[in-house]
Design a protein around this ligand. Structure first.
Ligand code: 13P
Ligand code: SF4
Length: 355
């Protein structure tokens, strides 16, 4: 059974995607002493406001360090959702992209959810507008709708199941085993990878990640000639030619675990380079090599660092804590519907752990 690729009517015009270089250029630089002072203020505000910082691996090393030093958490999108759900703090400060803050709010309506920057989007989310997606679902009433966590609350509300990359293959394998035909959105690369592994009947939305789309398989092939002993770690949002070169394909947490356990000294890493902070700590003896992209001067918009993740800085983290702005709100009717599909993801993840 081969997956049908539905070509969505929407693509994001590239000129509307901020470049990581432009975000970096507009982020204030600080001396070491200034940085220490900002971090001290952030720590004091977190404590004063009974708040906990939940950060994604792709945020800056500074932000990840603050999370580590304040009892916060750094992880992939599944475990960010679980941690926020289980932690007793009354405020969750989510450093990442918008869908991560929305997921936290969907699961924790009683908590205040703040984000350093509400404009931190995701190309997968932007490339899957709720109305068009809903119409697409209406055309295929016989299919079970499974969406990636990188979607809006409205899209999650239309779905039967939400998944993250860490459990997508297992959930779809399970559903296919029960005879479900799947409608998958939005990432076509992840969808096509899942289809190959599970042989499920899948119809795919045509979305992609502007960061992972840029990894170049030919350049990785050249690197492998230079480092023939290297293992290649690839996030499944990458194009198929990259997946074919992979030693391990997995979510960000799964790639970090692979870096720890693989015997190879050299690791070529094809995901956002924010992951290097935690990966190097987890595998201090390994030599981590960034998988090549188009390069700053070429077509590269992100150069292996998500422009929206890069919008999170120490400055806007402190500012949102002080002002209490950038709060995430989700319409209650949408939230209740999105909770159903999101809770199913957490329940399924718990059954996997119990196995
Ligand atoms: P993970 O769930 O693997 O952290 O992926 C989230 C993401 O946005 C990757 O680009
Ligand atoms: Fe979205 Fe890609 Fe950024 Fe992840 S790296 S948040 S998938 S744009």
């Amino acid at each position: 059974m081969s997956a049908e690729l539905k070509i969505a009517p929407f693509t994001i015009p590239l000129q509307e995607v901020p470049t990581t270089a432009s975000i970096a250029a507009s982020t204030p630089e600080h001396s070491a002493a200034e940085k220490r002072a900002i971090i001290a203020e952030i720590k004091a505000e977190l404590e004063r406001q009974d708040a906990v910082l939940v950060a994604h691996y792709y945020t800056s090393a500074d932000i990840q360090q603050v999370a580590e030093e304040t009892g916060g958490y750094i992880s992939d999108s599944l475990d960010m959702a679980r941690f926020g759900n289980e932690h007793p703090a009354t405020t969750l400060v989510v450093a990442g992209v918008r869908f991560m803050g929305e997921t936290a709010k969907i699961l924790n309506p009683e908590k205040r959810v703040l984000m350093p920057e509400l404009k931190a989007e995701c190309s997968l989310d932007l490339g899957c507008p709720a109305d068009e997606f809903s119409a697409f679902c209406d055309e295929h009433p016989d299919r079970t709708i499974v969406v990636y966590a990188n979607t809006s609350a409205e899209v999650k509300a239309r779905a039967d199941y939400v998944v993250t990359s860490s459990i997508a293959v297992k959930l779809i394998d399970h559903l296919a085993g029960e005879g479900h035909k799947i409608l998958w959105a939005p990432d076509k690369h992840l969808g096509s990878y899942i289809q190959k592994v599970t042989d499920a009947d899948m119809l795919l939305w045509n979305g992609s990640c502007v960061v992972h789309d840029e990894f170049k398989s030919r350049a990785v092939g050249n690197l492998l000639q230079q480092y023939p002993d290297a293992a290649v770690l690839v996030h499944p949002e990458s194009p198929e030619a990259m997946l074919q070169l992979a030693t391990v394909i997995g979510s960000t947490t799964q790639l970090i675990k692979a870096a720890q356990t693989l015997p190879n000294k050299h690791l070529i890493v094809a995901t956002d380079n924010g992951i290097f902070y935690k990966m190097q700590k987890a595998a201090p003896d390994k030599i981590l090599i960034e998988a090549p992209t188009g390069g700053v001067g070429a077509t590269c918009r992100s150069c292996a660092h998500c422009p929206w993740m890069a919008m999170n800085s120490l400055d806007n983290l402190l500012s949102t804590l002080k002002k209490g702005n950038n709060e995430i709100h989700v319409d209650e009717e949408i939230r209740l519907k999105a909770l159903r599909s999101t809770q199913r993801m957490l329940d399924f993840a718990n059954t996997l752990e119990a196995e």
